[in-house]
Design a protein around this ligand. Structure first.
Ligand SMILES: [Zn+2]
Ligand SMILES: [Zn+2]
Length: 145
């Protein structure tokens, strides 16, 4: 399990923005900082609610578009959610998810065996696999208490 400091992450963020010709604006830095400090895989709206405290004039659209841009350059992952708002994942390394069905939080976990899960041959014939993520559904400690 690799842990990077927020400072390292911010430096990486600045480098990646430069690489992709993206201006490093204070709003963008704030949006990125918030998504890496929230460990719940927030929706665009959850991030918007926090960022607008610092930038009251920012629109939801701007936040949403910024997150989409981050996703386009590989800074964050867009999580597959069925029938819910899109969530963003700042962890682009191989990892898996625990999904609490009560509070909706999604917690990261790391597992080498899951990373190396075999893809059945019949799937490989028809589908190019680019990534694997195991989702364990259940009830988190806080909700179970
Ligand atoms: Zn929960
Ligand atoms: Zn994750």
């Amino acid at each position: 399990m690799k842990q990077e400091s927020a400072e390292d992450k911010t430096r990486e963020f600045v480098d990646l923005c430069h690489e992709h010709g993206l201006k490093v604006t204070p709003q963008r830095v704030t949006i990125y900082r918030e998504i890496i400090t929230m460990d719940t895989h927030p929706t665009a709206d959850a991030i918007y609610q926090i960022v607008k405290k610092e930038y009251p004039n920012i629109s939801f659209d701007t936040v949403n578009r910024t997150l989409q841009t981050f996703a386009d350059i590989g800074l964050v992952d867009v999580m597959e959610v069925f029938g819910g708002a899109k969530r963003f994942d700042p962890n682009v390394d191989d990892h898996h998810h625990l999904h609490c069905i009560r509070c909706g939080h999604v917690i990261d976990f790391f597992n080498r065996t899951y990373d190396e899960l075999d893809v059945p041959e019949e799937i490989q014939e028809e589908f190019t696999v680019l990534g694997k993520r195991v989702v364990l559904k259940g009830i988190c400690k806080a909700c179970a208490a």
